[in-house]
Design a protein. Structure first.
Lengths: 503, 167, 318
């Protein structure tokens, strides 16, 4: 009960007038930072550090939580309105969010994303409050073999997400995984696949360069070319009543996706190194698999927006756990937070929950409050985002190109990466014409850098014996499920043919 | 499209072979006692890419994919125009960044796109051309503290003033 | 017509400020504060701490903007500094990979003596850690355990050629041990892998293992400093075990090659001020680092010694 009283204190502190104002400013700021392609919570939190000297440390933490939550909500906005996933966590949101926007239902998609995020954030906060120390122990028992098994499971779930052409889907996955290996080999430290011996490749190929190139440039060029400039504009009205109706509809159609996303997202997020991207992806895929009408996904299903958003929000909260209790930053954002905590004189580690209980629960308390305000602020800005979508396409298109280039530069700080972004953009335009699905490549470039090192670490541990994956109590069942999921579509693919052959 | 499909597959196959060649420099074997070497993972995945292009080519022969049945050109005259004017505009935009700074290039690109391609009125174009880069500047440099390229040194006076405002 | 107006103003400002600029150099634009490692590690925390001190005391006219470029044991950041077109606004937070990476990868064409010395902020010692549940309490017991495991003893660190692997290579050599070394991506992940008993021993900076030391999960067996450390009373040094070896991670700031003397003088003064601040001295203490101030000339001499030492150590690994 001591926890609850500390948590209550944290929430009470958060609703003091100064702090409440900081929350509103932080959430709004975070929302726009997250909505900007290329920028995410990491940038928002980075600008916080200097601010911590202007306000009391308690308020600084609250401000930070508000920016963190705002940015998590904002990620979905560029996925839906611009079609560019501004962060890897929002890739799955484009699968159904973009089709909904193209059908003129952008408002519904935005509302479903907001509601999904809220549910994910709330569930994860409750789980965090109840089980944090217990989960920290579980997280420590995940070594390289377990994380690899989990990545394989994530791959398994998205084999089914590609297009109809299996060869092209496989190509896309492999391509993304190979691009992810460019730069340096983490295990030996040697340079690897430095393409054309250009030094710019030594830094590796960032997810953002590929994603902004594919969606911000390639997809846009394809849209302009294939629609001959005649884009269907959204005709959604922007009344408060319409938004409320959409809240109801999102809850009705998306509750299943939201529940799956909230719980799954939290558990995946808690594991060090896994993070919110596989969480949102697996939430999407499992929601699709468990649906009675899986064929509706990818064409504008509300659950397909709500599930990944609930998943990534829940996982982002979950990823605070290894940072606080183990001192391992699961994401760049939590890494900066970790630095901030050191400056505030706190030592992340197992003792933090005991020695600095008021800090921990104050932080969680402000998560609850920020989450609620993020929902309200997000809903109230939806008319603005719809207004953006109503712009004539000849105005919106150049703005998207500009935001892609400026946002790409802001994230990478290197002109080399901007040229690479253009190469990917033009390449994606042609591949799109020939029906190559590119989402698998974009996701593979996020998961590859987790999967490969953990595979090799595991094999180093076992002196090269692959049975290590099947002999450990946690990795073995995950591996078996993953392999079944990978093999299943192949059977489905073969069976009708055999029938045909038999006839 | 039919020709395009096989040419694309061919180009991608060459790319896969190049990746395999590059990866082989790091050792592609499975060393006893330590597991795969540095080039193992990218090499065999690039092999997967190559194999997929093989299947794509096989489907092309069987005319199994949509693109391999289509006789439409990859880019018709409208498509070529789009590529030249829109695609070329973006390339020009990026090329200008190192000369007239990020914000200068944004302004020129917006002027080009809104006025020449979009045929918008000056009343819409001019405010966009001047205000949008300024808004971006204050958002990125002022708020986010992210510096963008300032181009050649002739832009320095402008940036000295702007930096004095925000810092 | 905002731009035209500010351009006119700018030209006016330039003509006025030009003589002043000659008198004392000041940064004109935000300073690119490159970090030779990824987010979350020791170097990153130091950079962000320095940034906040500079911000708090309003020491710079333009902000320091941290920029993580950790790829390839810091090779990415060295290339970044080497090829910058604005050396007066580009500085780097270094660790020992500043020495080792150019030795290990001569193809990069990096000559560290072309870089501009700015400040040595301190050195970070290393300790040998095991999990408390392992039952190992002394270095001698550890040696026995490693020998008994016969090549199956698993250690972990941040990568072959990195600081910790150099220390392990030295131990392997000096005591004729055989261990299995697993690379992870950062000091925090290494400490957690040991806490979760995925690996059996690590060599880590005190700051990275501190949380687990406080909770009693991890136990130091040996420190690689010249003298015993106050934070770990009674833990022997390797020198006391009869081997003349100590090893520290440098926490230094260097400028890009080609930085003007005026700019270098400015940064040297700036970092001297930060070094002498109460905040930094307090940070050195809580993170168990040793203060070690050096003038620019001494730094160059120090670089030369370090390059030689690391060449010898690396030769032993291969």
């Amino acid at each position: 009960m001591e926890i609850l009283s500390l948590l209550g204190d944290g929430m009470l502190v958060a609703i003091q007038p100064l702090n409440l104002m900081l929350i509103l400013v932080g959430v709004t700021l975070g929302l726009f930072i997250g909505a900007m392609p290329g920028l995410g919570s990491v940038n928002g939190v980075a600008i916080l550090l200097p601010v911590t000297f202007l306000v009391p440390p308690g308020s600084a933490i609250i401000f930070l939580a508000a920016i963190y939550y705002g940015a998590m909500y904002g990620g979905a906005i560029s996925s839906i309105t611009l079609g560019i996933p501004g962060a890897s966590t929002a890739v799955a949101t484009t699968f159904d969010g973009r089709p909904l926007a193209m059908m003129g239902k952008a408002r519904l998609a935005l509302v479903a994303a907001a509601v999904g995020s809220f549910v994910g954030g709330t569930v994860s906060n409750i789980l965090f409050t109840g089980f944090a120390p217990l989960l920290a122990t579980v997280a420590l028992s995940f070594g390289p073999p377990e994380i690899f098994a989990l990545m394989l499971l994530a791959f398994a779930t998205f084999v089914g997400l590609g297009g109809d052409d299996i060869a092209k889907t496989v190509f896309s996955i492999c391509f993304g995984l190979v691009l992810a290996t460019v730069g340096f080999d983490q295990i030996s430290g040697a340079p690897r696949l430095v393409l054309f011996d250009l030094n710019g490749f030594l830094g590796g190929i960032s997810f953002l360069v590929l994603a902004i190139g594919v969606y911000g440039i390639g997809e846009m060029l394809w849209t302009i070319e294939s629609t001959r400039g005649e884009i269907t504009k959204t005709d959604a009205d922007i009344s408060a009543r319409g938004i409320l109706e959409d809240v109801g509809e999102s809850a009705r159609k998306g509750w299943k996706g939201m529940s799956i996303g909230s719980f799954l997202g939290f558990f995946v997020g808690v594991l060090p190194a896994a993070g919110a991207t596989p969480a949102s992806l697996m939430s999407y895929a499992i929601t699709k698999m468990s649906s009675r009408r899986p064929e509706e996904f990818g064409k504008g299903h509300v659950g397909g927006v709500a599930a990944p958003e609930a998943g990534n929000n829940s996982a982002s909260t979950g990823s605070m756990l290894p940072m606080l209790t183990l001192g391992i930053p699961g994401s760049p954002t939590t890494a900066i937070l970790l630095g901030g905590m050191v400056i505030w004189g706190l030592t992340p580690g197992p003792r933090l929950f005991v020695d600095q209980a008021d800090f921990v629960w104050g932080l969680i308390g402000s998560f609850y409050v920020s989450n609620a305000f993020a929902l309200l602020v997000n809903l109230s800005f939806i008319p603005l985002f719809i207004w953006v979508l109503r712009m004539p396409f000849t105005t919106l298109a150049p703005l998207i190109f500009v935001l892609s280039v400026v946002g790409g530069y802001a994230a990478m700080q290197d002109m080399f990466d901007i040229w690479l972004l253009l190469v990917f953009g033009f390449g994606a335009f042609f591949l799109r014409k020939f029906d190559y699905p590119l989402a698998p490549a974009v996701l593979a470039i996020v998961l590859g850098p987790i999967a490969e090192p953990t595979l090799r670490q595991s094999l180093l541990l076992s002196s090269g014996d692959p049975m290590i994956f099947f002999s450990r109590p946690i990795s073995a069942p995950i591996m078996v499920v993953a392999i079944i999921l990978i093999v299943m579509p192949a059977f489905k693919y073969l069976r009708p043919r055999r029938k045909r052959a038999a006839r | 499209m039919r020709v395009g499909e096989i040419v694309t597959a061919g180009v991608l196959a060459l790319l896969s072979i190049y990746f395999m060649y590059k990866a082989s420099a790091n050792g592609i074997g499975y060393a006893v006692g330590t597991g795969p070497q540095g080039g193992f993972w990218p090499f065999w995945l690039a092999c997967g890419m190559l194999a997929s292009t093989g299947v794509i080519a096989f489907n092309w022969v069987r005319r199994a994919s949509a693109a391999s049945r289509s006789d439409e050109p990859v880019l018709d005259s409208h498509g070529i125009k789009t590529m030249v004017f829109v695609g070329g505009g973006i390339i020009g935009f990026v090329a200008l960044i190192d000369i007239v700074s990020m914000y200068g290039a944004v302004a020129i690109f917006l002027l080009y796109y809104l006025k020449l391609l979009g045929r918008h009125s000056w009343r819409l174009t001019l405010p966009m051309v001047f205000l949008f880069p300024l808004v971006l500047f204050f958002f990125f440099e002022g708020l986010m503290q992210i510096t963008m390229p300032t181009g050649l040194s002739f832009t320095d006076p402008v940036y000295n003033v702007l930096y004095d405002i925000i810092y | 017509m905002n731009i035209l107006k500010s351009m006119a103003l700018g030209i006016a400002a330039l003509t006025i400020s030009a003589p002043a600029a000659m008198a004392e150099w000041q940064p004109r634009k935000p300073i690119d504060f490159v970090i030779m490692a990824g987010p979350g590690g020791g170097a990153d925390r130091i950079a962000r701490f320095i940034q906040s001190v500079a911000e708090k005391k309003k020491l710079t006219r333009r902000p320091l903007i941290p920029n993580n470029k950790g790829g390839g044991s810091g090779a990415e950041s060295l290339i970044w500094l080497n090829s910058t077109n604005d050396p007066d606004h580009t500085i780097l937070v270094t660790l020992n990979s500043f020495f080792t990476t150019p030795i290990r990868q001569p193809d990069l064409g990096i000559d560290i003596q072309t870089f501009t010395p700015i400040a040595m902020m301190g050195v970070d010692p290393f300790a040998l850690w095991v999990h408390s549940d392992s039952g190992i309490e002394t270095f001698e017991q550890w040696l026995e355990a490693v020998r008994a495991a016969d090549g199956e003893y698993v250690t972990g660190g941040t990568g072959t050629g990195q600081e910790d692997s150099i220390v392990f290579a030295y131990l392997d050599n000096a005591f004729e041990l055989k261990t299995k070394y697993i690379p992870f991506d950062g000091g925090g992940a290494v400490a957690a892998a040991l806490a979760g008993q995925q690996i059996m021993a690590t060599v880590n900076n005190p700051s990275e293992a501190r949380g687990f030391y406080d909770s009693g999960d991890l136990r130091p067996l040996l420190v690689f400093s010249d003298e015993q450390m106050d934070v770990y009373p009674g833990i022997p040094t390797l020198k006391e075990k009869g081997k003349d070896f100590s090893y520290y991670n440098q926490r230094a700031i260097v400028g890009a090659p080609g930085m003007s003397d005026e700019a270098a003088a400015y940064y040297q003064k700036l970092f001297e001020e930060i070094y002498n601040s109460e905040e930094w001295q307090g940070y050195l203490e809580t993170e168990a680092m040793s203060p070690l101030w050096m003038e620019p000339d001494e730094q160059r001499a120090y670089w030369e010694v370090q390059v030689q030492t690391h060449s010898d150590l690396l030769a032993r690994i291969n």
